[in-house]
Design a protein around this ligand. Structure first.
Ligand code: SP5
Ligand code: ZN
Length: 345
């Protein structure tokens, strides 16, 4: 399987994130991807290539113009507020929830930073926009390989994407790579596409992007949002709206869930994707389901990820893997590549 990767991901390197009132070192670090690359190369799982530039169009098919304009200029605006900001990341501290207006674009940069985000845990840095753009290139390139007939491709990207909505960032995510890949598959001629999200955290951004659509099925196995981030979406009763009714499947599991129960939920998600009649699959590949993950609560062990890959392969769909979370940095390469290795056997 081919892997698309761009070194410029490392330009996105947040320093600190807000957690329960404290600023703590970022969990989502460049070394995560270095470990995956090293493991891919050690196992000779296929070529690693830099993707061609996808241009603005595939990104604008998923994200709102005013959000993309905001992201593109955000770092310069942040530094223009105060030259001292060049040495610290941009983090929102004010949000227009409920009765506030979101239709009027504030002139104030901190106000727009809050308008286009949902948490204080996702620092925006000098290189965030460049890194995110290169990540979208990887996602589109992976989709193009499926359209060209490949059975699988891997977009090895960071920052991750699945928490980012059409016009907001959060959860370490800025551009929704999985959604961009799914939309590229649709625009490339497939009628029915599925996104399966196996990151520990619910893919609220991907769900929201496709919630009203009947052409893209979204399924997710994740920590129960009653206790787990992102808290405000991901419940089992969210089934899709309008044309999308029945095209959303959430399988929340309690913190502490081990592989056997998790694997049953995966089988249920794959069964629903089969019933939907998907012609291709985008797999949001988070490995923060690992027992050693510092911010998550499932109990998957490293060898379990080989079985995950085998189960995915048995679904028989062309599959674009898109890298998401996984914060046990030393093991993230083994775990992610185990999924790909299991798929390719
Ligand atoms: C892509 C992805 O996996 N995003 C996850 C974002 C989670 N953000 C909240 C992190 C909360 C950090 N908890 C620290 C617990 C230390 N014991
Ligand atoms: Zn996650």
């Amino acid at each position: 399987m081919i892997t698309f990767h761009n070194d410029l991901h490392a330009l996105h390197h947040g320093k600190l994130e807000m957690f329960r009132g404290a600023m703590v070192p970022c969990f989502e670090v460049p070394a995560r991807v270095d470990h995956v690359l090293a493991e891919l190369r050690a196992r000779a799982l296929g070529p690693v290539q830099a993707p061609p530039a996808c241009g603005d169009d595939p990104i604008a098919r998923v994200h709102a113009r005013r959000y993309l304009d905001f992201l593109a200029g955000a770092w310069d605006e942040w530094v223009a507020l105060d030259p001292a900001n060049a040495s610290r990341d941009a983090i929102p501290s004010c949000w227009p929830i409920r009765t506030f207006r979101s239709d009027v674009l504030p002139a104030s940069f901190p106000a727009r930073l809050g308008l286009f985000s949902f948490d204080a845990g996702s620092p925006l840095t000098a290189g965030t926009w460049t890194a995110a753009r290169k990540g979208a290139d990887c996602a589109v390139a992976a989709a193009q390989r499926l359209l060209a007939g490949d059975r699988a491709a891997f977009a090895l990207t960071r920052p991750p994407g699945h928490h980012a909505g059409a016009d907001f960032f959060g959860g370490y995510c800025f551009l929704n790579n999985a959604a961009i890949a799914a939309q590229a598959l649709r625009d490339g001629g497939l009628d029915r596409v599925a996104v399966l999200d196996i990151d520990y955290h619910h893919g609220n951004g991907t769900q929201s992007i496709f919630y009203g659509r009947g052409d893209v099925f979204f399924a997710s196995v994740h920590g129960d949002p009653r206790t787990e981030y992102p808290f405000y979406l991901g419940h089992a009763d969210e089934r899709g709206l309008g044309d999308g009714a029945g095209c959303n499947l959430n399988l929340p599991l309690a913190r502490g869930t081990g592989f056997d129960s998790w694997r049953s939920a995966l089988a249920q998600a794959l069964q629903a994707i089969r019933a939907f009649g998907a012609q291709a699959l985008v797999l949001s590949l988070g490995v923060d389901t690992f027992e050693g993950d510092p911010i998550s609560g499932f109990r998957l062990a490293s060898p379990d990820y080989l079985r995950v890959g085998e189960d995915l392969a048995a679904a028989g769909l062309p599959t674009a893997f898109v890298f998401e979370g996984g914060y046990a940095v030393a093991e993230v390469g083994i775990n992610a590549v185990n999924v790909l290795d299991g798929f390719c056997q």
